[in-house]
Ligand binder design. Structure first.
Ligand code: HEC
Ligand code: HEC
Length: 391
């Protein structure tokens, strides 16, 4: 997909050749980048996230998106908003194993944190066709099985009328979409929400301060943990490496031709000894029907991971210590019940999840390092907070 910066660059270059051939085109390009960097408040040491050409971010879309994110008017029965499952204090996760939708239906997956979602080339725990946040947002808004916000076809007009009869929203929609006079539509709602989500960038943790040169920002224990995380015993970095601590990563410099969509089986289950996961969620397999994709999930970003418990796609691991124990064993053993099986022996498990031994000191150090990815300024940033609770 073409992205917005390349369009801006092309326009700037043709403008310059027509009007001022002496100027440096690179200067103009970086000015455009600076505008986007300022609008999305991208930290200096982050590249700009890719922006789809059909949804150019503006201050007005961000403002509308933030209000919609927190507004229960966006659910058919007016009981839930996006923030019901994505709480700022928990880095936009919800602390539950798996959430329920607005009508009480149970979801099978754990609510994801939303920090730096814009840098993920695929959205959700395991989906290789949701390549933009806009694609993903169709699900919580419209889905009927299970219902989340429940804006199914019979409710669309009623929900849109709530916004079209509200003077604050009439103004916000007009400002965010000045080229259109038709008021609220689901498409505009999704574009504004996706734009707000792209501003949810977390890059101001102690780790980031260390990365930017403040050598006192991490403790000795955290530094040891960082080395172990990036070493060949723990192997974490192979799947959780890079600036967003996930190899499922893209930014505005990524080459779409070589963009990868990594998914792995990390040995959580092994039903019947044949590699299967519980039938209600087999990860990528449920989309591709390729039996080799059973248990394949996107490596999640580990930013703010100390705030986003419980862990894994089904919330089945409660603490970071238990996550480390899982990797130490090289897969999870479930002795009894319908999900019994030894994940260590899962034939589809990644070869990088082999199991290893580590001292208590090393385990504590890796956990301390993971805690250094907590960004207090992100979870307290007033730009992301509930606008309805402001005075
Ligand atoms: C009932 C709970 C619930 C509600 C309401 C909800 N979400 Fe989610 N959200 C989830 C779950 C669960 C996932 C993981 C889905 C999956 O893997 O299939 C998710 C995933 C996401 C993702 C993908 C993140 C990533 O990095 O891949 C985004 C973005 C998102 N939600 C934004 C929103 C927005 C915006 C709204 C409001 C329109 C919303 N969600 C409403 C539970 C919810
Ligand atoms: C082969 C790739 C791979 C390696 C190596 C790996 N992980 Fe993971 N990790 C994953 C995948 C995939 C998931 C999601 C699995 C799922 O939900 O079923 C995950 C999930 C996690 C989670 C849960 C995050 C959340 O938001 O729920 C944590 C924490 C984690 N890994 C930490 C580590 C640590 C620490 C190491 C090193 C000891 C490590 N991982 C090694 C691929 C990997």
């Amino acid at each position: 997909m073409q992205n917005i910066l390349s369009i801006i660059v092309l326009c700037s270059v043709s403008y310059l050749t027509a009007c001022d051939s002496s100027s440096e085109t690179t200067v103009v390009t970086s000015n455009e980048e600076i505008d986007l960097r300022q609008l999305l408040k991208v930290p200096e040491h982050f590249a700009i996230p890719p922006i789809p050409d059909f949804n150019v971010p503006t201050r007005e879309k961000i403002e509308l998106g933030r209000r919609l994110f927190y507004d229960t008017k966006l659910s058919a029965n007016q009981t839930q908003s996006c923030a019901s499952c994505h709480k700022q204090s928990l880095a936009f996760s919800d602390g539950k194993v798996t959430p329920k939708g607005s009508t009480g239906e149970q979801l099978v997956r754990n609510s994801q944190g939303l920090a730096n979602s814009a840098y993920h080339p695929t959205l959700t725990w395991a989906n290789k066709v949701f390549l933009e946040i806009e694609d993903q947002l169709q699900v919580p808004i419209r889905a009927d099985d299970p219902v989340e916000l429940g804006v199914t076809p019979i409710y669309v007009d009623e929900v849109l009328a709530r916004f079209n009869n509200d003077n604050v929203y009439i103004g916000l929609f007009a400002n965010a979409f000045p080229e259109s006079s038709t008021g609220a539509t689901l498409n505009k709602i999704i574009q504004a929400l996706a734009t707000f989500c792209r501003t949810l960038i977390s890059g101001d943790s102690p780790y980031d301060r260390y990365y930017q040169g403040d050598k006192t920002a991490l403790t000795q224990q955290q530094l040891l943990g960082f080395q172990l995380f990036n070493g060949e015993k723990f192997e974490c970095f192979h799947c959780h490496g890079g600036i967003n601590f996930s190899t499922s990563y893209r930014d505005n410099n990524s080459n779409l031709g070589t963009q990868t969509y990594p998914f792995f089986n990390n040995g959580l289950y092994n039903l019947n000894g044949d590699g299967s996961y519980p039938t209600d969620d087999q990860g990528l397999f449920d989309q591709t029907f390729n039996p080799n994709h059973r248990g394949f999930f996107r490596p999640p970003s580990l930013r703010n991971v100390a705030l986003t418990a419980p862990y894994m796609h089904d919330g089945s691991i409660a603490t970071l210590r238990e996550v480390i124990d899982h990797y130490l064993r090289g897969g999870r053993l479930i002795e009894n019940g319908p999900n019994a099986g030894d994940g260590r022996l899962n034939p589809l498990k990644s070869g990088l999840v082999r199991g290893f031994s580590a001292s208590e000191e090393e385990i504590a150090a890796v956990i301390a390092f993971l805690e250094s990815l907590t960004d207090e300024n992100f979870v307290n940033n007033p730009d992301f907070s509930n606008p309805f609770s402001e005075k």
